[in-house]
Design a binder for this molecule. Sequence first.
Ligand code: ADP
Length: 375
Amino acid sequence: MNAFLKDSFNEGHLRSILATVPDAMVVIDDRGRIMSFSTAAERMFGFSQAEVVGENVSLLMPSPDRERHDNYIERYRQTEERHILGIGRVMTARRRDGSTFPIELSVGEAKTPEGRVFTGFIRDLTEQQSVERRMHELQNELARVARISAVGSLTTALAHELNQPLAAITNYMEAAQELVDTSDADPEYLREAMSSAAEQAMRAAKIVSRLREFISRGEASRRTESLGKLVREATALALLGSGKDEIEMRVALDPQSDRVNVNGINVQQVLFNLVRNALDAMEDLPIKRIEISSEPVANGMVQLTISDTGSGILPEMADDLFEPFRSTKRSGMGLGLSICRTLVEAQGGRIWVEPGKAGGSRFSFTLPLSEPAIA
Ligand code: ADP
């Protein structure tokens, strides 16, 4: 095959690949100029290949990447330091009409006789993100239902069980009253009615103490857990589908205070609730930053602090934030923080809130550190 044939074979071959790859594919040279633009890219961005070949690829990006992209390439040329190469990354792209959409971009590099070229594969995440958003809604709904049914079934069971002794007490007391009203009643009957009522009152007290035992049973299933792992998992879950790229999450945990003696699921429930509340509080604000830190405190405890750049706690809410049914949200149950308090206290810790140093809120809670291993 001579050189000409070989080139035209490659070109035809390349074009057929470009026409069929499902992901959009954009090839640029080492100065950021577009060399080829696949059929899927034409559909995704609304530009034709002829319009964009030779243009700077920053055309497909919104600010601030649009202005910075030349610098990114230049920095790579000088330092060879990889920031995006070889890694899929979620970012925002811009269509011809100026609208933006989420994408996952993976970039590969090839050296050709004409110089270096970069190939970008782009997947439109719009669909995927709406799936995630839906999942997130479902998750919320699930969490809500779980809370309602946990509280609901407990109260129903409690009401049912307590109802019997209370009804019996009422009957015995009514009978006693009638006996008192009847002048010739046998005092023995009266004594019997009173002692039966007292018995039933004891039964009611036993039900209440059984309930207490049930609530504090969490204690039995405590074991050594890595706080770092609990934080990582709970925050990932809480952030799912909430537009991750906008939220700055800074986690700085003290590595010396990683081993805690807790019920892992309960601690994750607390973290999940606190992070979700922080996200809710930052919803309409331009700066969305959550910082999670830990430090050892007195009595073998570690203190975990979650601060946000949200709206802060309303003064009228401050006093009884951790009481049930206090909510400022349209669809809020106001149970999250009261459940957090029960769960933290079941681990032997406490939870409180302070105003953030630069606005927002700072929720802190303590957990018992594991005993150091005996050498
Ligand atoms: P819900 O989230 O259902 O309202 P919670 O008990 O979790 O119930 O929260 C109670 C209330 O506390 C919220 O409605 C909100 O007013 C306030 N709150 C909780 N966390 C924050 C936060 N990080 N920033 C500002 N306000 C908060």
